[in-house]
Write a protein that binds this ligand. Structure first.
Ligand SMILES: *Cc1c(COP(=O)(O)O)cnc(C)c1O
Length: 346
């Protein structure tokens, strides 16, 4: 791995971050707060939230078996994706490499930041080769994006290939584990100590059923976390979100139950799809969604919309011609979907 200074944009390395009122005074003993021009009324929303999200990070650290200093929290994973571009990629000069197809936000953030985005196509079974991916990288490649289980294909990437990339790449490997809770393959979090260039993204939006609160997580070395904290908006995670994040962690038994329900529903729903006349192929899934190749994705998508049922049309995505991405829903939703597709006539 290159040194962190070599990987970081010079302006970011040298940046002196904004120091907020709550950064400068962190003690718990004070009872008169006249430092932040806050309004004394309308408690508790009158006060700025903790910019370091300390309580939430301590709770999460225990849960994930990492140090609080290894956690970045953001306004969804989307914030973390944007921040790694802003921290490491010099616009117009540096580039990133990613598997294709994958989650669309990596390319959007690359484009917004004017960073070249190099796509390496998966094979027909949606597998990737470390060799091919590394061959696309050069000395201006700062980041490699991997997503496992991958969106929209639904499959886990082979772990040995993932580790090969991490071992051989001299920049940072961003491994997006948004759907890991639905997979039987364990998270790579346990390997953070072994791989200083590994950055793992997770989110409260999927298994934790909290997309509305916008809470994303990045886990990596304390040095890289400090860099991301330096450039984030000071109060990027609001008070309501920090509180609800703690709530969700405190009722983890609910999350566990939801995950089990969804995994249990996935297999039968996929088998129902295999029996449909309009379905040509159901791709294997390690996530809470799966990809299906149908006879005519656009027609079937529009037919479902006309019945008030929305799935994701991935027809225009690489390797996903005539494919729809189906999220596993509640039992009644899945039944309505299958009933509608049973009645579909070409
Ligand atoms: C849904 C999803 C996320 C979650 O993004 P948030 O901004 O945290 O809601 C992240 N990565 C992938 C691949 C996803 O599909």
């Amino acid at each position: 791995m290159k040194t962190l200074q070599e990987l970081t944009r010079p302006n970011i390395w040298n940046l002196k971050p904004y120091s907020s009122a709550r950064d400068e005074y962190k003690g718990l003993t004070a009872s008169v707060f006249l430092d932040a021009n806050e309004n004394p009324y309308n408690s508790p929303n009158n006060r700025y939230p903790d910019p370091s999200q300390h309580e939430l990070k301590v709770k999460l650290a225990g849960f994930k078996k990492v140090l609080p200093e290894q956690i970045f929290l953001g306004n969804g994973s989307d914030e973390a994706i944007d921040l790694v571009f802003r921290a490491f990629c010099e616009p117009g000069q540096d580039n990133v490499v990613a598997i294709d197809p994958t989650y669309g936000m990596y390319q959007v953030c690359a484009d917004v930041n004017n960073v070249e985005y190099r796509k390496v196509i998966l094979d027909e079974s949606f597998r990737f080769s470390a060799e091919k991916l590394l061959a696309a990288a050069d000395d201006r490649t700062k980041l490699i994006f991997l997503c496992s289980p991958n969106n929209p294909t639904g499959n886990e990437l082979p772990r040995d290939e993932v580790e090969k990339v991490i071992k051989r790449f001299d920049g940072l490997v961003i491994l997006d584990e948004a759907y890991n809770d639905f997979s039987s393959v364990p998270s790579m979090l346990a390997h953070l100590g072994k791989y200083p260039n590994l950055v793992v993204f997770q989110t409260f939006s999927k298994a934790w059923a909290s997309a509305a609160i916008r809470l994303g997580m990045a886990f990596t070395s304390p040095d890289i976390i400090a860099l991301l904290n330096k450039i984030k908006y000071p109060y990027n995670v609001n008070l309501l979100t920090q509180k609800e994040g703690l709530n969700v962690l405190n009722k983890y038994h609910m999350t566990e139950r939801w995950i089990k329900e969804l995994i249990d529903a996935r297999g039968p729903l996929m088998r129902d799809f295999e029996k449909l006349r309009c379905v040509e192929k159901v791709f294997p899934s390690d996530a809470n969604f799966f990809l299906v190749r149908v006879t005519d994705a656009v027609k079937i998508y529009n037919y479902l919309v006309s019945l008030g049922i929305i799935v994701r049309n991935r027809h225009t995505v690489a390797l996903c011609g005539n494919c729809l991405r189906i999220t596993v829903g509640a039992c009644e939703e899945n039944v309505r979907l299958i009933e509608a597709l049973n009645k579909y006539r070409t």
